[in-house]
Design a protein. Structure first.
Length: 212
């Protein structure tokens, strides 16, 4: 078994009380669910439809602004972006559009237009998305290809808690959350692709793709 996040051979398995098998990477400190327990596409979509992610919900927009604010400090006016994994209520894209940015949408369940994956962007946002990646190594390579040189990738996800708390962590209890990251995990992901990583605050990561 190789780490699905960084490709390391240094992984070890463990079980939780709900009889699920996870893997812990000793190199990047990420954790991921064993493939035998991954949810089906149908189960994923049904779960996502339960989310109350309304575009005009003030609380939801405030939550997403935790990423929007620091990202806007990095990108130029009229930059072109992609909201990758935008869900059925793409509020972050709406926030950025109202600030003058051009934002395309992609979500495999709700906005499955793969034409947007044939272009490159000045910035990409992934809010509450990377924890759903079944094959994060491949997904981050895709994001790398979608970013222009010097482009920015903004990520929001709940950082891993201590190993002691993982068992009962609410974030793990969501059946569609299958990959979990800490600050070191993102630093490893970035270094493997020659990206520059900034941990801006709890659960917020900004990554710049180097000029090529």
């Amino acid at each position: 078994m190789l780490c699905k996040i960084c490709g390391s051979e240094h992984v070890e398995s463990f079980q939780t009380s709900d009889q699920k098998t996870y893997w812990n990477c000793l190199y990047c400190n990420g954790k991921f669910l064993d493939e035998d327990y991954l949810p089906s596409s149908l189960d994923e979509k049904e779960r996502y439809l339960e989310h109350n992610n309304e575009i005009n919900d003030p609380e939801y927009r405030s939550f997403l602004s935790k990423l929007a604010r620091p990202l806007k400090e990095k990108i130029l006016p009229n930059s072109t972006g992609l909201d990758f994994g935008c869900g059925h209520g793409p509020a972050l894209a709406d926030i950025l559009k109202k600030d003058g940015f051009n934002v395309s949408l992609y979500d495999p369940f709700f906005y499955p237009n793969k034409d947007v994956l044939t272009k490159q962007y000045d910035f990409i946002t992934c809010t509450e998305t990377v924890e759903h990646f079944h094959n994060p190594w491949n997904e981050f390579n895709t994001l790398n290809a979608l970013l222009k040189p010097n482009g920015w990738l903004g990520i929001m996800t709940s950082f891993l808690t201590s190993d002691v708390m993982f068992e009962n962590w609410y974030y793990r209890r969501d059946p569609t959350h299958v990959t979990f990251y800490c600050e070191k995990t993102f630093e490893v992901i970035a270094s493997q692709r020659n990206w520059i990583c900034e941990i801006r605050s709890k659960d917020i990561v900004l990554i710049r793709k180097n000029n090529e």
